[in-house]
Design a protein around this ligand. Structure first.
Ligand code: PEP
Length: 250
């Protein structure tokens, strides 16, 4: 039985005051006995403080990206060891905004995945196709290629300690989510691809859906057999909405 995971990606939003109020409201609203694991990914400067607010709660802390290098002259970058040091347990790698806006390649994402695991962080590997790729029937090929980049470097064993997030680029921040059937098709392909290499890992690896998840569509998405929760952007900035999404994963 896979424990559902609902992750909030705050992107480049928030302030110390807003974060404190959001976290306090969320902790009041998210049921302590919730079956779903809940994860918050604030921007780098707020990790430590949000981590303090989450101390002694069941809500986990994660970062939005990580440097592929362990240390050194990489101005502006943040290493996996630093994330671990400030209390992170998870880190997103290969979010589509990193791939599309900052030009992160499949091979760089694979190196980030390795860097995260080398420090004991759980990488949340984001994969997904653009609208153009979907419209030219390349969705499964693109997602498969993105997974292969990690599998060829890390091997299937590495997925045992990881999370995968399917996030169609055309659904992120657009208000237009993939339908449950569209998402399930890709999730089943992902799990099938892992199963061809290792059935046990395939049965246990969590595959999240991300892309305009809201309280109003979360339940039907999370009801699909291969969807194990969500990676939530915009809706994670509203405590009530995010708590309802977490409840939908229970
Ligand atoms: C995301 O940032 O990963 C995301 C899915 O954003 P949104 O929920 O706003 O589409």
């Amino acid at each position: 039985m896979r424990q559902p995971l609902v992750a909030g990606n705050w992107k480049m939003h928030g302030s110390r005051a807003e974060n404190a109020s959001l976290v306090r409201s969320l902790l009041d609203l998210v049921r302590a006995e919730s079956r779903a694991e809940v994860l918050l990914c604030p921007p780098f400067p707020y990790l430590w403080e949000v981590g303090r607010l989450l101390k002694d709660t069941d809500v986990a802390l994660g970062a939005q990206s990580v440097c592929a290098e362990p240390h050194g002259a990489f101005t502006g970058e943040v290493s996996a060891a630093m994330l671990k040091d400030v209390g992170c347990h998870f880190v997103l790698v290969g979010h589509s905004e990193r791939r599309q806006i900052f030009g992160e390649s499949d091979s760089l994402v694979a190196r980030k995945f390795v860097a995260a695991q080398s420090q004991g962080l759980v990488p949340v590997l984001c994969v997904g196709e653009t609208l153009e790729e979907r419209e030219s029937n390349r969705t499964l090929a693109v997602v498969s290629r993105q997974l292969d980049a990690v599998l060829s470097v890390s091997g299937v064993g590495a997925l045992a300690g990881a999370v995968i997030a399917y996030e169609p680029v055309w659904a992120i921040g657009t208000g237009r989510n993939a339908s449950p059937d569209q998402a399930q098709e890709v999730h089943a392909m992902i799990r099938g691809k892992v199963a061809a290499l290792d059935a046990t890992i395939a049965a246990s690896v969590r595959v999240l859906y991300g892309g305009s998840v809201k309280a109003s569509n979360a339940r039907e998405l999370f009801a699909m057999p291969d969807i194990d929760g969500g990676l939530v952007g915009g809706a994670s900035l509203k405590a009530d909405e995010f708590a309802r999404i977490c409840a939908a994963a229970d």
